[in-house]
Design a protein around this ligand. Structure first.
Ligand SMILES: O=P(O)(O)OC[C@H]1O[C@H](O)[C@H](O)[C@@H](O)[C@@H]1O
Length: 543
């Protein structure tokens, strides 16, 4: 623990991995492992647009989404960068028109509020970036008078929360879905379409709803003008799509394209670094190798992501999807059952909140490798005269202290010297030798947020490349979806035609029967979706 020279600096970011359970010899072995797993070749194949997502026969080119305008990146023999910039230019133009009031709603009013409807990769990344930008002085200034909200869950409570206090005439809805078939997103989109139509008439939809998708045919079928659709491509995985129109459109509407362009440039800086830096200095490679070390050699099943910045409160939820959907696999890329576990359970909360919650377990219970993420310059500094330190220094005192508490612990001998009562010594002992790493960012502006995102995206890819899995498909989400389709059909048949519950196991039949006993809350037996709009009164939702 605490080996010297276990740090690396790049473009305003310092990684300190001296508190990992790794020696220089370990690192050499991990570099050998990277070579044996052909890590460099796999990174090159990704950047070259080869179909490394083999189960879906697709390139994996999210790096092209933030490539400079003059870069060349090929997928299926075509340079995709001009297409990327066509969409970025279109977003810039559209978002400027909405922001400056030249694009108005059906009643001629400016659209100051945006609801982005999407789930999973069409939600978590944009939410993380939005939350991080909200308190950045430059970004927040650009967002004056505007609101951005996210509707993800199909739970009608999420609809209620999203429309509370908003009026259709000043709201723009962005429907975000790679496939444009995701059940939750499409029902939420229809629900908001009904909310707009009820108040402003069906023709208002053209002015109040736009879409982001790879499936422009379905966008048009839904009733959104194809001119108001923003494309992306099948070589962008959902959880890697925040730098496509998925994130860039809602974020540009809120903060302006200039701010979002800085975010893209930050991500691009890490892409270049990941592609060209030697492994010994390569931040995503070092992080990925150390995670493999912790998961595969120590068997640690989890990883805590602990940003000491409230602005990063949605970072862990985003990385949960990026990491767990990518690397939680049971077979190798060629379909053979894996003789080892892959992926880890990612979770986290901002410090210091987490310290007063789950850190007990990390200090004295299970060993959980921790990522401590700190920022040198606060987005919102506060200093009260007479206080020992300013508020950010208070926060950062914890950022610097926690890794040492985990690494060094406290021995019974030390406690004895402090005259701790004998019977309390076992309770107050800290074993130490608990691994963590620290990432220190010089600031937290749009550029740095882009860098942080790309570091974690590439780290996850490195882990998958070493484990020999496909980090870019997600077949594990399908079974639950198809079973839900069966349940949906049953609910419809029982509610509308009074049919009994059939074709399920005993337990599900019992639960469904119980659920169906309570009468449908509104308009039982009425299958006209438009009737739901009767719920959209301002009284009900506090508008
Ligand atoms: O963007 P969409 O096509 O609506 O997909 C939304 C989400 O759907 C599924 O749950 C996938 O597992 C996610 O990776 C994806 O992000």
């Amino acid at each position: 623990m605490c080996a010297r020279n276990f740090d690396s600096d790049f473009d305003g970011i310092t990684l300190d991995y001296s508190r990992q359970r790794a020696t220089p010899g370990t690192m050499d072995k991990l570099y050998n492992l990277a070579e044996a797993a052909h890590l460099k070749e796999k990174i090159d194949r990704m950047f070259n647009g080869e179909h490394i997502n083999s189960s879906e026969n697709r390139s994996v080119l999210h790096v092209a989404l933030r490539a400079p305008r003059d870069a060349v990146m090929q997928s299926d023999g075509k340079n995709v960068v001009p297409d990327v910039w066509n969409v970025l230019d279109k977003i810039k133009d559209f978002s400027e028109r909405v922001r400056n009031g030249s694009w108005v709603g059906a009643t001629g009013k400016a659209l100051t509020d945006v609801i982005s409807v999407g789930i999973g990769g069409s939600f978590l990344g944009p939410l993380f970036v939005h939350t991080a930008l909200q308190t950045d002085p430059e970004a927040s200034k650009c967002a004056t008078g505007r609101q951005l909200r996210f509707l993800a869950n199909v739970d009608p409570i999420d609809v209620a929360r999203n429309i509370a206090g908003l009026k259709p005439e000043t709201t723009l809805v962005v429907v975000v879905s790679k496939t444009f078939t995701t059940a939750e997103t499409m029902l939420n989109a229809r629900t908001l379409r009904a909310w707009i139509s009820k108040e402003l008439g069906p023709s208002a939809v053209a002015k109040h709803m736009v879409a982001v998708s790879t499936n422009l045919t379905l966008v048009e079928k839904f009733g959104i003008d194809p001119n108001n659709a923003f494309a992306f491509w099948d070589w962008v995985g959902g959880r890697y799509s925040v730098c496509s129109a998925v994130g860039v459109l809602p974020l540009s509407l809120q903060y302006g394209f200039t701010v979002v362009d800085k975010f893209l440039k930050g991500a691009s800086s890490i892409d270049q670094h990941f592609y060209s830096a030697p492994f010994e200095k390569n931040l995503p490679v070092l992080l990925g190798l150390l995670s493999v070390w912790n998961v595969s050699f120590f068997g640690y099943p989890a990883r805590a992501i602990l940003p000491y910045s409230q602005a990063l409160e949605k970072f862990a939820p985003h990385i949960q999807q990026v990491s767990m959907e990518s690397n939680g696999k049971g077979v190798s890329i060629d379909g053979k059952p894996l003789p080892f576990e892959t992926g880890e359970i990612d979770f986290g909360e901002p410090g210091t909140n987490g310290q007063h919650s789950f850190y007990q377990l990390i200090h004295q219970g299970r060993v959980i490798p921790c990522d401590f993420i700190g920022v040198v310059k606060s987005q919102q500094p506060v200093y009260l005269e007479g206080e020992v330190v300013n508020n950010h220094d208070e926060l950062m005192s914890n950022f610097f202290a926690q890794p040492d508490a985990l690494a060094y612990g406290k021995t019974p001998e030390e406690l004895q010297k402090e005259n701790v009562q004998q019977h309390l010594i076992p309770h107050k002992t800290f074993s130490g030798n608990r691994p963590s790493l620290s990432l220190l960012l010089s600031s937290l502006d749009a550029y740095k947020i882009g860098q942080l995102l790309a570091i974690y995206e590439h780290r996850v890819a490195v882990q998958g490349f070493i484990w020999g899995i496909n980090s870019f498909d997600q077949w594990g989400v399908e079974l639950g979806k198809s079973l839900a389709t069966q349940v949906r059909k049953q609910l419809h048949a029982s509610r509308v035609k009074g049919e009994p519950v059939e074709g399920f196991n005993f337990s599900t039949t019992t639960m469904l029967t119980k659920y169906l006993k309570v009468p449908f809350q509104y308009e039982q037996g009425n299958n006209d979706t438009c009737s739901y709009t009767s719920r959209f009164s301002h009284d009900t939702y506090g508008g």
